[in-house]
Write a protein that binds this ligand. Structure first.
Ligand code: SF4
Length: 472
């Protein structure tokens, strides 16, 4: 098997329509365009006719999803091995169709990225393989999700439709997705192959009519009129929401701060010295450390602030950030136990997240299970306190720490930070720890930005708690 070439197009994305945002503007359908059109003809028209629209620019976060999908797609091939990869540029459709035809004629049993075109629809199949007795072909679509979703069926169906149109006997259509039951290091069951032939057969009669309707619509010079509705956000959020819905006015910033009764009692539970804890995590699709499953949230960084036990004392800060590639959990757990030894209540913002990670750490580092349980027992969740007792116009209706902290403590801003939100932090951490090695200077700069971001979160809970104490 020739080595895989990583095209810019994702091989296995959980969000089908995102792929269409890289369209070529040529008047044909692809499996991604077809599924976009199923969601909304207007969305498809803009996607094809305005491929450079600002709404279609991919964010760094989406790029990371694409790259992850590409890695999953490439790995999936090794589970149906020994195939021929149609390794030509994505835009060379004719070349890819010809190469596929030649591979089939040469008797290849497995073909990756096999390309076909029929009736204005071009598709490339993640993995196409002959059935054991060579009575026909199995079409395998790879998804980086952990289960089959309803939205996957039209994607598989349009491929089945095209292959049958060119005379290929497809006898089975399957979706190959990640298996949450798989645990590193045994990756033999990383993928599940689900037979969706029946679901595809049910949908297939709709395909020719929908293909014709979409191609006719794309031939027009103006976008079709479509009323907004549930389809604007389902199965995927449409990038053109603002165009069709108009920009929603932001919540007014005037209005009163309302403090509801019981705040003093809620805060009375806090035991000094109060500590503040925040984890940053990564959730790789392909597990890399012992016991981990696909998409497990692994803590790889923490920040702890410990307030002084009495007035006039000093706040102490502890932080920890994983080094590249090693399993970070034992060292992180040790550092965390050290940092929180002697602390009273441990403030977090949304306890289920931190508690969940701590319970997983107990499993991963059983020697420290007792100490980690003691941390769990001391957790104090600030989020329900805020929800129950505070209304503030500056929150703009949201209680996330990124909304609450800057409204209450103006110097606690995130918008000017190099890394200013959890999604970016997670993506950066995953790239730094598991992606290609960064140059030393870049690595240092990235680590500084990550440390600064995580520290800002525990500063934020300290600031919010101080504001609440003043009122209480
Ligand atoms: S916002 Fe709704 S109506 Fe407008 S293009 Fe998107 S899906 Fe279609």
């Amino acid at each position: 098997m020739r080595p895989a070439t990583l095209h810019r197009r994702p091989l296995a994305s959980p969000r089908g329509p995102a792929k269409a945002r890289r369209g070529h503007g040529t008047p044909h359908l692809s499996k991604t365009r077809f599924t976009s059109g199923l969601q909304c003809h207007r969305l498809l028209w803009w996607t094809v006719n305005e491929p450079t629209a600002p709404e279609l620019e991919t964010s760094a976060e989406l790029e990371a999803v694409f790259d992850q999908g590409a890695r999953v797609g490439e790995l999936a091939r090794t589970y149906i091995p020994g195939g021929e990869l149609i390794d030509l540029p994505y835009s060379d459709m004719e070349g890819r169709v010809d190469a596929t035809r030649a591979a089939i004629a040469a008797g290849e049993r497995v073909i990756y990225e096999a390309a076909f075109r029929a009736n204005g629809v071009f598709v490339s199949v993640d993995i196409l393989h002959r059935t054991p007795r060579a009575t026909g072909w199995t079409l395998t679509e790879v998804k980086s999700t952990t289960k089959v979703k309803t939205a996957h069926i039209p994607d598989a169906a349009v491929q089945t439709h095209v292959l049958r149109r060119v005379g290929l006997p497809v006898v089975r259509t399957e979706l190959m997705h990640l298996n949450r039951a798989c645990r590193h290091p045994d990756l033999s069951n990383l993928f599940t192959r689900a037979d969706v032939s029946e679901e595809v057969a049910t949908f297939l009669p709709e395909v020719p009519g929908e293909v014709n309707a979409q191609l006719t619509m794309l031939g027009r010079s103006t976008p079709p009129a479509v009323t907004t509705g549930r389809h604007c956000t389902s199965p995927y959020e449409c990038p053109f929401l603002a165009r069709c819905h108009g920009v929603e006015p932001s919540a007014p910033l005037d209005g009163e701060v309302v403090i509801r009764p019981g705040l003093r009692d809620a805060l009375a539970e806090l035991q000094a010295p109060v500590a503040h804890l925040d984890f940053e995590t990564i959730n790789p699709a392909i597990p890399v450390w012992p016991g981990c499953r696909p998409y497990d949230q692994i803590p790889v960084q923490f920040s702890v602030h410990v307030e002084p036990a009495r007035r006039g004392g000093e706040t102490r800060h502890f932080e920890w950030l994983a080094e590249r590639a090693d399993d970070p959990r034992p060292a992180l757990a040790r550092a965390l136990v050290r940092a929180l030894r002697g602390a009273g209540s441990i403030v977090v913002y949304s306890q289920p997240f931190e508690e969940g990670r701590l319970r997983e750490l107990q499993e991963a580092v059983p020697d420290l299970a007792e100490e980690l349980q003691s941390i769990i027992d001391r957790l104090f969740d600030l989020l329900p306190v805020m929800r129950a007792h505070v209304r503030h116009p500056g929150f703009e209706g949201h209680f996330s720490l990124k909304n609450v902290a800057p409204a209450l403590v103006p110097h606690l801003r995130y918008d000017e930070m190099e890394i200013g939100d959890g999604g970016t932090a997670s993506r950066t951490l995953e790239a730094m720890l598991l992606g290609p090695r960064l140059k030393a200077a870049e690595n240092q700069r990235t680590r500084r930005a990550l440390l600064s971001y995580c520290q800002q979160d525990t500063r934020a809970t300290m600031g919010v708690l101080a504001w609440l104490r003043e009122l209480a």
